[in-house]
Design a protein around this ligand. Sequence first.
Ligand SMILES: C[S@@+](CC[C@H](N)C(=O)[O-])C[C@H]1O[C@@H](n2cnc3c(N)ncnc32)[C@H](O)[C@@H]1O
Length: 256
Amino acid sequence: MWNPNQYQKFSSERDRPFFDLLARIEKSDAKNVADLGCGTGSLTAKLLEKFLKAHVVGVDSSAQMLEKSSARQNPRLEFVLADLSTWQPEKPLDVIVSNAALQWLEDHETLIPNLANWLEADGILAVQMPINFEQPSHTILQDLTESATWKPHLRAFSSKPRAPKSAAWYIQTLASLGFKVDAWETTYHHVLHGENVVLEWVKGTALRPILKALEPDLHSQFLEELGRQYLEVYPKQAFGTLFSFNRLFFVASKTS
Ligand SMILES: C[S@@+](CC[C@H](N)C(=O)[O-])C[C@H]1O[C@@H](n2cnc3c(N)ncnc32)[C@H](O)[C@@H]1O
């Protein structure tokens, strides 16, 4: 279950890649735009300002996240509660945007060609995904879930974000489908403020399915152990806590 309030605690850091991605999309005449894994819809609504003539649909499988979207009434904006592994657009799309969501979907070998097929002949696929899976924020969490102490309590833990494929893989795959691809990677060196902020950050994303699988009376013990290990690697300093985060972006334009 997604918790929009926890996720939005770091909204300025989490929103920035969306705008960095958007800045590289050139398609002012887009008529049909989709935001896949749109979350609360706050960023989806920003697409109305970028694509002034477009109808924008935000798709997400979390009712909790989409609950917030009802506040964003606009005749050009629509939200759909659906799983992206089965959802299909009603008509061809000019632009597909997906920010920090596709890492939750498996089998990109099938997913990427499917998304490509949903686009008009000159359509654009613009994607951002985290590539921080080798960073301590993930490896500490991963090691803890696989430790002798915690593994027996986490048998129900299944869904987790996957490391995306390499930039080269997306470039090659999309090029073979007739796209010109602009791909890049960025490291954001966030300075976060508050107590054990990296623990607070992962509570909004990767930690969710783990806590869901864990008996509630074990949550505090698990969080205490995880928080202690995070503080060793991400100490609070006079200026704040440094949390470096790598992200992969690509904007693929259909050329044939
Ligand atoms: C990290 S949030 C990003 C939300 C939004 N794009 C943003 O940038 O604020 C990931 C979102 O992907 C959605 N999601 C994950 N797997 C999904 C799936 N299979 N189908 C639809 N949405 C999915 C989650 O519900 C969540 O709202």
